[in-house]
Write a protein that binds this ligand. Structure first.
Ligand code: GRG
Length: 304
């Protein structure tokens, strides 16, 4: 298994976050220029009010692990397209018709701050902006036309009916019902796992990696997506609004979770097992990247 001992993950995460934030500022400058001020303010709120930037960091890390050129800023423009989709999903997820949340990342949610119409339009504006951003960034990286299309397709498929939106629907329908393990895995594989796996695949595709390597990145991404969600459930059950920056909501919304299904200890154990299986997939494809190993452990050891 790839080791983590000599890798300084906190320093890596901070440096990556700064690159991603700079790319997001470039994207915002373009996007808000053509939006009415009220919607532009809601977009800024949704995109810039914090967040771990995990998806873009995974994308840029995968790109480099596959031999991509590290210094090229276009890789962060590509990576930022994932964060634009993620930001939209959080803005819409918090709406009264969805989770009806008041707090996100330690600040009032976008609709609480800017009103529902601006929040709905802000989220909607982010979707095509993300697609354009992915396409143009892949082209700027010098990807072949077919690769640029494959990168963009990966982002859109993971975000759509077969991925995040479909998973969100299953999540809403599951409220008040007792879901079994297979149903939970399926729901979260679509709602959370698809975009996380797409982050890795987009990075690999943009670096023109071999299909077997892209498959291994996808397997790793799917595994850490599941581990991420299990950890989310553990944190929802054990942490506080002060640390999480949002109100724990699984019990209030009567959701089935990995904690309600397995209990805390078994849920934590499963998250670690799933991470190990993801790292094994990378190893089998000879993808040696301490950052990917560090990120996998971070996903289950994080506190927010
Ligand atoms: C069109 C109304 C409408 C809905 C679209 C909203 C939606 C469908 C789907 C959202 C699904 C969703 C919220 C997925 C993300 C789940 C999740 C684990 C979010 C937290 O991610 P982190 O921890 O957040 O990476 P930070 O704050 O660090 O960026």
């Amino acid at each position: 298994m790839t080791g983590t001992t000599s890798f300084d993950l906190p320093t890596y995460l901070e440096a990556e976050r700064q690159e991603v934030d700079a790319a997001l500022q470039r994207a915002l400058a373009r996007l808000v220029a053509s939006l009415p001020p009220a919607v532009a303010a809601a977009v800024r709120h949704g995109v810039t009010s914090g967040g771990k930037r995990l998806r873009p960091i995974l994308c840029a890390t995968a790109y480099r692990a596959c031999g991509g050129v590290a210094e090229d800023p276009a890789v962060y423009d590509l990576a930022a397209s994932l964060e634009l989709i993620h930001a939209y999903s959080l803005v819409h997820d918090d709406l009264p018709c969805m989770d009806d949340a008041a707090l996100r990342r330690g600040t009032p949610t976008t609709h609480r701050e800017h009103g529902e119409p601006a929040a709905v339009l802000a989220g909607a504006a982010l979707i095509p902006a993300a697609a354009l951003q992915a396409l143009e960034a892949a082209q700027a990286l010098g990807c072949a036309r077919a690769t640029s299309l494959a990168v963009t397709r990966t982002l859109l498929e993971a975000s759509g009916a077969g991925g995040m939106v479909g998973g969100q629907w299953l999540d809403l329908m599951g409220e008040g019902h007792s879901l079994d393990g297979a149903a939970l895995d399926h729901l979260h594989g679509r709602k959370t796992g698809a975009l996380l796996a797409a982050s890795l695949v987009m990075g690999g595709l943009a670096a023109e990696a071999e299909p077997a390597v892209v498959d291994a990145l996808e397997a790793y991404g799917t595994a850490i997506g599941l581990a991420f969600q299990i950890t989310d459930d553990v944190l929802d059950a054990t942490s506080s609004a002060e640390i999480l920056g949002k109100n724990p909501s699984d019990v209030v919304l009567d959701k089935s979770t990995y904690v309600s299904l397995h209990g805390l200890d078994a849920a934590r154990r499963r998250a670690r097992e799933v991470v190990a299986s993801g790292l094994n997939a990378l190893n089998a494809a000879r993808v040696r990247a301490p950052a990917l190993s560090g990120l996998a452990h971070y996903v289950v050891e994080r506190d927010r």
